[in-house]
Each structure stands twice: as structure tokens, then as C-alpha cells.
Design a protein around this ligand. Sequence first.
Ligand SMILES: Nc1ncnc2c1ncn2[C@@H]1O[C@H](COP(=O)(O)OP(=O)(O)OP(=O)(O)O)[C@@H](O)[C@H]1O
Ligand SMILES: NC(=O)c1ccc[n+]([C@@H]2O[C@H](COP(=O)(O)O)[C@@H](O)[C@H]2O)c1
Length: 288
Amino acid sequence: MASSSGYVTEGFTNPPNYSFPHHRLQRVMKDSTKTPVVLVACGSFSPVTYLHLRMFEMAKDYIRHNTDFEIVGAYLSPVSDMYKKPGLLNSRHRVNMCNLAAEDSGNWLMVDPWEAFQSYQRTAIVLDHFDYEVNTVLGGVQTEEGEHRSVHVMLLAGSDLISTMSEPGVWSYSDLDHILGRYGVFIIERAGSGMDQATDNLAKWRHNIYMINQLIQNDVSSTKVRLFLRRGLSVRYLLPNTVVDYIEQNGLYLDETASNSATDKGKEPAKKEPPSQSSQPQATPSGC
Ligand SMILES: Nc1ncnc2c1ncn2[C@@H]1O[C@H](COP(=O)(O)OP(=O)(O)OP(=O)(O)O)[C@@H](O)[C@H]1O
Ligand SMILES: NC(=O)c1ccc[n+]([C@@H]2O[C@H](COP(=O)(O)O)[C@@H](O)[C@H]2O)c1
């Protein structure tokens, strides 16, 4: 339930030694007639692929040509190990790979390890965390004239993830209302998961839902990458070279049972425990 402050929760628990990454956050807007926005992509990123990075580029193009937003920051937010999705590698490796990919991706993408390094956090809480860090702690951004502006936090997701918002039991109504009513979402079309189907039941929040079509169809998925790696097939050019090198150097994804804490060759695989419905959604299947 949203509190009087508008947040789903009042207090945020930070992982040990955590500090919010903001080195690439643009603190002064280029165009004061626009609304500053921070994009947040939540997901497993096991491993991060070029399609995850393309989502940000597609959103950037869409926003520039079709909206009055100005992007001042963009984040990958890898999910906690407690999400227990099949194929979910230890968060340390997933965060490291996301950092390598972000380094490789120009000068705007950042990786926030806040949810990765702690207990499972629902997406509504994750967006609240970003809102709190960017607007309350950092004080938002400024125009070139020195005027203060609050930053609008928005979710960036594939249409498969948005489809799950119409599946019973995966998202609570109050979380949906918070995510889509208070924040909003940019949806990237994903092969096999129709855009209409994804949003049919979300019409109430239509004004906050922006749909972005894929002009070049590309259905790279982390699931397929993991499958290739297990079969000894090359994954080069499906993900950044630095991430491919990291996977090879650490012997990742060679074992089908490897998930969660089964991080490297020689380590014990994690026990599979289904997450409890109240605080952790069942990891939902996504497009592969
Ligand atoms: N090919 C793609 N097209 C559009 N969106 C994508 C694509 N791949 C991933 N996404 C989106 O990226 C976000 C993070 O994805 P995540 O790592 O959880 O999924 P995934 O690539 O489907 O992984 P897995 O294959 O392990 O299920 C989600 O919003 C997902 O919809
Ligand atoms: N109720 C929720 O907040 C909820 C439900 C399903 C997925 N998610 C998030 O969506 C992201 C991607 O999930 P999948 O990889 O299962 O599609 C994850 O970050 C997960 O935390 C959140």
C-alpha cells in the first residue's frame, strides 16, 4: 500500500557498503521545456545481452522523437538471487557482467546493485528506491537556468514482462497501480509476446504506458545464450565481447543445474526453494 509520502514503503534497506551509483546521471538538463526522466530496467540479466542494451537505445530514440521527456539517467537493476528463477546466476557475477556491458555502451548507462545484493524486492519498491535516491537524496536535477526539477522515474521492460501483469497472482493490484499510475512504463516489443495482449488489461493506466515497436526483429534471450554456452556454441556478437570474455574466464553457464549460488566451476548448486507469494513473485517464464 502506498504511504502518505507516496512510497510503497517508508524505509529502504540498503545492502552492506551500498552507495547509489550516479556518476553518469546528468544533473543539468539540456532542454528546460522537457520533463527529466530516469529509465530503470529490472530483470535477471543472466547474462546481460545486446537486446537488453538495445532496449535503452530504442527507448532513447522513441523518447526523443515522440515525447516531451529528456533522459537524464538509465539503469540496469539486476534482481536478487532470492528470485530463484531457473538459470539465475549468482548476483555478483550478474552485476559484474552488467557493469562490463554498461562500460561498453557509451556514456549513459549505469548498474544499480541495490536489489541484487539483498532480499527480493518487488518492482514497485525498486522504483520507489530510485525515486528516493534521485529526488530525495540527490535533490533531482536543474535546468541550465538553475531551476530545480524533480525527475520522473520510469520502468523500461519487454512486452513479455508486461504480459505477466495480466496474469493472476504475479503482481498485486496496488503494486500495478503504483508502478503504472505513479511512475509509468516504456514497453519494448518482444518477439512472441504481442503488444496488444500485453496491455489489454492495463487500459486504466494507458496514459502512462508507451509502446515501442521493434523495427528490426531480434529475439536474443538470456535463455538461448545459456543454452548455447551449455552446448559449447559461440555466443560472441550476441553480447558484448567483455561479457563473453568474463563468462569464459569464470567458466559460467556450463552446467544446466547452475543457478543462484552455483556460481563457478566446482561450486555447489543452490537449493531450489519456491518464493513465497506474499513478498516474492514466482519467477515467471519469459520469451526465449
Ligand atoms: N529480446 C528482447 N526483446 C525485448 N525485451 C527483452 C528482450 N530480452 C529481454 N528483454 C526484456 O529485458 C528485461 C530483463 O530481461 P530478463 O533478463 O529478466 O529476461 P530474459 O532475457 O527474458 O531472460 P531469460 O531468458 O533468462 O528469461 C525484461 O523486461 C525483458 O522483457
Ligand atoms: N510483483 C512484482 O513486483 C514482480 C512480478 C514479476 C516480475 N517482477 C520483476 O520483473 C523482472 C523480470 O522478471 P522475469 O525475468 O521473471 O520476467 C524482475 O526484476 C522481477 O523482480 C516483479
